[in-house]
Design a protein around this ligand. Sequence first.
Ligand code: PAF
Length: 285
Amino acid sequence: MRRVSDAAALRARLDAWRAAGERIGLVPTMGNIHEGHLRLVDAARRHATRVVVSVFVNPTQFDRADDFERYPRTLEADAAALAGCGADLLLAPTVDVMYPDGLDLAAYVEPTHSARPLEGEFRPGHFRGMATVVTKLLNLVQPHCAVFGEKDYQQLAVVRAVVRELLLPVEIIGVPTVREPDGLAMSSRNQYLTAAERALAPRLYAALQAAARDGAAPDAPLAAIEAYHTKALNEAGFRVEYFQFRNAQLAPPAPGDDRRVVLAAAWLGKARLIDNQPFAVARER
Ligand code: PAF
């Protein structure tokens, strides 16, 4: 696996692949590669003949300076893990490459409807920074397809909306969440949990699963289910930011929805966990 950090070296490699008729897949990451990322690479390999993985801790998508500073940076270990799973190229750009005129940007990609609720409410500016850097990465690599995890359900929805709205010629592929054996969704931020918090953490997904089961009835009392799990998680030691049902497109649930999703974000100690459970709504008999 080759490693490049600037646009010229990247372009030289991509031009050669394109000339040879290769189909290019991009897996954007912020590094600290774990099994969840490796599944994204697997998916990219199924949809493309060459896989580019980007590792870039994007400063513009962090709503808190302390979160950006302590975000784990493990580039050498990441390179080894990616080389071992069949990635062809590691793109590890510097901030100067991604933001040549500095962080006081002359232009942003500002996602609208899909970015406002949920994460948008609690992490102001996050989706603007994320959509901006993803658009820059798509422009740099110009891949045929790009792969994102469904753990960040809203991020995937925002990326799909931006790609549709800006007519970007790329196929967006979502990959199911990869979980630890006890159900906790894999995330680089799980390492901020103490041992006691780690033991408690799977309750978030258990609550989402229970809510999805109870919320699947056509006449389910969704607000009451949300309130029940919010209270139970807070009493268990989480600090819940949201625990909400939405339809599959993230609009508020409405009669006639076929598919819904229940999404949550909660602090546990110094870790902010997010997770979701999509489900089908049962039909009335
Ligand atoms: O999901 C992430 O790791 C990041 O938000 C992404 C998509 C790589 C953009 O920085």
